[in-house]
Design a protein around this ligand. Structure first.
Ligand code: KIV
Ligand code: NA
Length: 265
């Protein structure tokens, strides 16, 4: 099947077609999502939370992200693969952003990178885009700034709506091909989606955005932590896996596994 490319996401917006994005951090899960038709896979720095249980996204490194990214690239033959630039790998200067972005495309094979930040990060986006690195912006609630923002909270309420719009506009003007809107009021997201030429991707941002994204362990019920309000749980993988491994353990302890047919003559 044909690879999803950034131009297709732009076409989706122009023809009023929506698209789906899910996080992925390993090759097998990436393969399952790819075969199911998920258009975009995000190697999110949420790997710090869901793969490593580190509490926030801040500590994950470029080298750690590269391992997850390579794995997802190897597992996906159709989806567009986007990787998050981790905290501390792009903020200092446009040159630092280009250097990190180049590492992602060169060493992991992802097709694009995503970067958190307001309008002040536009020079980073511009520099990466001119170096040939497709960039997704990420505005609204940005988890890497959790401490600066005073915790997990909806952004863009009331007066602050104009700021979210300005930040998203700055990303578009700097050359981003899409922007993630995280935890902003649905009406604000709708306004941003219609003000921008490029497609926006929502998470806790209502249904007016062209794309939607969720963390897969949240939406498939593997994560036993506290889930945000915007998550819809489509399966109970934790329950499925837990009961399967309990059966395995019971069989091992009782001697029922392995049975004669699992052994060699
Ligand atoms: O890291 C991540 O998973 C993300 C998405 C939730 C947008 O940035
Ligand atoms: Na992220």
């Amino acid at each position: 099947p044909k690879r999803v490319r950034t131009v297709h996401l732009q076409q989706f917006k122009e023809t009023g077609q929506k698209f789906s994005m899910l996080t992925a951090y390993d090759a097998m899960i990436a393969g399952v999502f790819d075969e199911a038709g998920i258009e975009v896979l995000l190697v999110g720095d949420s790997a710090a939370n869901v793969m490593m249980r580190r509490g926030t996204t801040l500590p994950i490194t470029v080298d750690e992200m590269l391992v997850f990214s390579k794995s997802v690239v190897n597992g996906a033959s159709r989806a567009l693969v986007v990787a998050d630039l981790p905290f501390g790998s792009y903020e200092a200067s446009p040159a630092q952003a280009v250097e990190t972005g180049v590492r992602f495309l060169k060493e992991s094979g992802v097709h694009a990178v995503k970067m958190e930040g307001d309008a002040t990060m536009a020079p980073q986006v511009r520099a990466m885009v001119s170096a040939g690195i497709p960039v997704v912006g990420h505005v609204g609630f940005t988890p890497q700034s959790e401490h600066a923002m005073g915790g997990y909270r909806v952004q863009g309420r009331g007066e602050a709506a104009a700021q979210v719009l300005a930040d998203a506009r700055a990303m578009e003007e700097a050359g981003a091909f899409s922007v993630v809107l995280e935890m902003v009021p649905s009406e604000v997201a709708a306004e941003v989606e219609s003000a921008l030429r490029i497609p926006t991707i929502g998470i806790g941002a209502g249904n007016a955005t062209t794309g939607q994204v969720l963390v897969w362990q949240d939406m498939l019920g593997l994560n036993n932590g506290r889930l945000p309000k915007f998550v819809k749980q489509y399966a109970d993988l934790r329950g499925v896996i837990s009961s399967a491994v309990s059966s395995y353990r019971r069989d091992v302890l009782s001697g029922e596994f392995p049975a004669p047919e699992h052994g060699f003559e």
